[in-house]
Design a protein around this ligand. Structure first.
Ligand code: 5GP
Ligand code: MN
Length: 497
């Protein structure tokens, strides 16, 4: 039985492959794939000394070290995603053209080399654009922005599943430890700094919120069930720049702080407080990083499923009840049918109210009832609960500047991702997300003037104590960003986004 020895270079190394005549075509391809450290979706090409492409097969002609072949991984064969398959097709057509020309002329003409390098540089460009990762080309280390989503240097790369498991184990190990009184108190305040805590710790802090509001006793929630529920919520937030688990934590923590600051425990039932805290926790579950306008314009599955009516909020809420439908996660399982109905109805109302397209509708209703607010009135309570979830949702600027500012970077990163995609897909570009039109100061001055101040001042009329806790910091942020905007206008410069 004869063994063929094939010499070839790959990634600058000289290698040799040995196989017998009985080897199948698939085996030979796998052998070269392994040598190139290529995945199953990569396309391999073998070139002879004349630059001609040769078939990787058992019939491959044996050669010597001096007449070695050159093996290259030319592309990733990503099926089902728009752009890469276009690039692949372009490369394949180019290679086909190249081999035809070589047959006739004997060498690759300059024009084809030029075309090759143009395709290469276009691919490089795509590889460096983090938010086009859905195209399957992005290389994680290409963009510093997403460094926080990448593993630390030297750390073994974990799959998402392994990462979640690690957080789960840490959470359960830590949850039995006592959280200090100091942290428990800080947790009740809008000055709490979320950036100091890692995911497992945030899960412990969420558990503290449920226990310190005495939900476990009042609503017969078993600790293990609460832990399963919190972990499933964590697992269903995506690793995207803004609408991630940390945002969920912040919104929930603000809701928790507002409950204590306004002494709502003396005015609302445990069930109502649970509705507010759990709505905050679940309000952005499985957010894809592209808003409703995009969902509707791009006619995504979510827009189709929900007939363009708050597709994201409907999805977040449906996800919440899908998680609760698992018996091991169902924190509502020991309640009566009526209590369950009340909490489900309340959560649906609160989560759907976070669609900013309904902002004026909800705020205007609150403005009407605020002067005659009655905690005994069911509708008044419902509007207040929606308003408080909404306030928590958009409360970053009520936090200390050092906590708030990084959130703005995250938000703009997600906005710019969307507008870039809209441009690429030929969809209408959402103006406040356009990197060519928006800067940090311009984004915040408008948002604070027209959205935050009118909303926060209305709630402060009902709870004057909130003035110092949420209104003042927001006014301060407006001064800060107005000053930046003025300075940028005076120097005639374009604001740095
Ligand atoms: P969410 O999508 O988080 O449920 O709803 C809140 C929306 O309000 C965000 O998507 C975003 O459009 C807007 N928003 C929240 N916080 C800020 C902010 O600090 N600045 C600006 N410009 N928009 C914000
Ligand atoms: Mn949100």
């Amino acid at each position: 039985m004869t063994t063929k020895i094939i010499h070839f270079t790959v990634n600058g190394r000289l290698e040799q492959a040995e196989f017998g005549a009985e080897c199948s075509a698939a085996d030979v391809k796998d052998l070269f794939r392994a040598a190139a450290e290529a995945g199953p979706h990569h396309i391999l090409k073998l070139y002879n000394t004349n630059g001609g492409v040769v078939n990787i097969s058992p019939q491959l002609e044996a050669n010597t070290r001096d007449s070695h072949y050159r093996l290259e991984v030319v592309a990733s064969d990503l099926k089902g995603v728009g752009m890469p398959s276009e690039i692949d097709k372009m490369e394949c057509r180019l290679s086909h053209l190249e081999s035809k020309v070589i047959e006739g002329v004997g060498k690759t003409p300059d024009i084809i080399c030029d075309l090759h390098s143009q395709v290469e540089s276009f691919k490089k460009k795509l590889e460096s654009v983090a938010h086009l990762s859905w195209m399957g080309l992005f290389r994680e280390d290409a963009d510093q922005h997403l460094a926080k989503f990448s593993p630390k240097p030297g750390a073994p790369q974990l799959s998402m599943e392994e990462e979640h498991q690690l957080v789960h184990t840490k959470f359960l190990n830590m949850s039995s430890l006592q959280v200090t009184e100091e942290v428990r108190e800080l947790l009740k305040s809008p000055i709490f700094d979320n950036w100091q805590w890692e995911e497992a710790e945030m899960l412990v802090l969420l558990q503290v919120m449920f226990t310190d509001l005495e939900f476990l006793t009042a609503l017969h929630i078993e600790l293990a069930i609460l832990q399963n529920f919190l972990f499933e919520v964590y697992r269903h937030y995506n690793s995207i720049p803004f609408h991630n688990f940390r945002h969920c934590f912040c919104v929930t923590q603000m809701m928790y702080g507002l409950i204590w600051l306004t002494e709502l425990r003396s005015k609302l039932s445990s069930a109502d407080l649970l509705i507010m805290l759990t709505s905050a926790l679940c309000h952005d579950l499985d957010h894809p990083g592209y808003n409703n306008v995009y969902q509707i314009n791009a006619q995504t599955d979510l827009a189709l499923r929900y007939n363009d009516i708050s597709p994201l909020e409907n999805h977040h809420c449906a996800m919440a009840f899908r998680i609760l439908s698992k018996p091991e996660c169902n924190i509502l399982k020991n309640l009566t049918v009526d209590q369950y109905k009340h909490i489900r109805g309340g959560m649906i109302k609160c989560i759907l109210a976070t669609d900013m397209a309904r902002h004026n509708e909800i705020l205007n209703r609150f403005k009407v009832i605020q002067p005659v607010f009655d905690f005994g009135n069911k509708e008044h309570k419902e509007v207040l609960m929606k308003i408080m979830v909404k306030v928590s949702d958009i409360s970053n600027e009520a936090r200390p500047m050092a906590v708030a500012e990084p959130w703005l970077d995250c938000l703009l990163q997600e906005f710019f991702n969307q507008s870039d995609t809209e441009k690429l897909q030929g969809l209408p570009v959402t103006p406040f997300m356009d990197r060519d039109k928006v800067s940090k100061p311009s984004s915040q001055t408008n948002f604070i003037r027209f959205v935050l101040l009118p909303l926060f001042s209305e709630l402060t009329k009902l709870f004057p104590c909130l003035e110092q806790h949420i209104l003042e910091p927001v006014r301060h942020a407006l001064e800060y960003y107005s000053e930046l905007e003025r300075a940028s206008r005076d120097t005639g410069g374009v604001d740095e986004p």
